[in-house]
Design a protein around this ligand. Structure first.
Ligand code: SF4
Ligand code: SF4
Length: 304
């Protein structure tokens, strides 16, 4: 692929701005993109118990956005949804990648620790493939709520014993730098921006849940356009009402992510601007906490 230096710098500029990095990192990010474009920074992407929503989010295009960045820069050794290879060819590509090692292993989806046969890739169950691939990886990036914390597959009654990637690695005694990019799905800029950072700058500063602080360091609620309504106790009591959505179950009060300042779909919209509550998809408790709105449909709203 022949890409000019100007394109690297332009894309690096977009990425640096999207991630809120300082301009001093521009040359480093441009260099990282150059490496990614020439295949010197390989990515092995495995999907466990996933709906593929994180992969779809990765390709959610802005102008120019992650879709351009992915097609130009990510050297995907293997990706269940995006790889052109199928069957034996795909299996061989994966085997070659694992044998060579030194890649960034991206994992999407939970791990069926209680029922390994529930998820297989070729003849191998996912638990075995994951631990084999992780043991040869430079770093592991858990993309999405399911890989990071178990997510929806791990919600009660969790018949497959679905667990986070971290738990599977811990059980297998594998020690490798691991970062979590939760969200259902995670924002494409969270995925691409943090992958570039891991590849070139190093593991970003993480919080207690292994989430990059730059992406997940702020309480969503504090940047919400309805924060003044919250403080004035002007609450929507029914869907479609004006005001803060807290009494309809909004989890923005306990959710750390930059959705309220970044927006989605190129900043055009996001959950709360679209008048849906934040369901806390970036939280470790997502889908498992009884406070999850789907558990609360028959309950009366809390009083403030
Ligand atoms: S709508 Fe949600 S995030 Fe926004 S101020 Fe109300 S409770 Fe907070
Ligand atoms: S606003 Fe809440 S539910 Fe929506 S994407 Fe952000 S963290 Fe997830």
């Amino acid at each position: 692929m022949n890409i000019s230096r100007r394109t690297f710098l332009k894309d690096a500029g977009l990425l640096v701005a999207a991630m809120g990095m300082g301009p001093a990192l521009l040359p480093t990010v441009a260099e990282a993109l150059e490496e990614m474009a020439t295949g010197r920074a390989p990515i092995l992407w495995l999907q466990g118990q996933s709906c593929s929503g994180c992969s779809v989010s990765l390709l959610n295009s802005e102008s120019p956005g992650p879709a351009d960045l992915v097609t130009r820069y990510l050297s995907l050794y293997f990706h269940q949804t995006l790889s052109a290879a199928t069957g034996e060819a795909a299996k061989e590509a994966m085997a070659r990648a694992i044998e060579a090692g030194g890649y960034i292993l991206v994992v999407e989806g939970a791990v069926p620790l209680g029922m390994p046969e529930a998820c297989r890739i070729a003849e191998e169950n996912f638990v075995s493939l994951l631990t084999r691939a992780a043991s040869k990886a430079k770093a592991v990036v858990s993309v999405g709520a399911c890989a990071s914390f178990g997510g929806i597959p791990a919600a009660p009654p969790n018949l497959t014993g679905a667990a986070a990637v971290s738990e599977a690695l811990e059980r297998a005694g594998i020690q490798v730098p691991l970062i979590h990019l939760p969200g259902c799905p995670p924002h494409p800029a969270w995925i691409v921006g943090n992958l570039v950072q891991v590849l070139k700058v190093g593991i970003p500063e993480l919080d207690e849940f292994r989430r990059p602080k730059r992406t997940y360091g702020q309480l969503l609620h504090e940047q919400c356009p309805y924060f003044a309504n919250y403080q004035a106790k002007k609450f929507a009591l029914h869907p479609g009402d004006a005001g803060c959505l807290f009494k309809l179950g909004c989890q923005g009060v306990v959710t750390h992510s930059d959705c309220s300042s970044r927006g989605w779909n190129g900043g055009v919209n996001w959950c709360i601007r679209g008048r849906a509550v934040c369901i806390g998809c970036a939280r470790p408790e997502f889908a498992k906490d009884p406070a999850f709105p789907f558990y609360r449909l028959n309950e009366k709203p809390e009083t403030v």
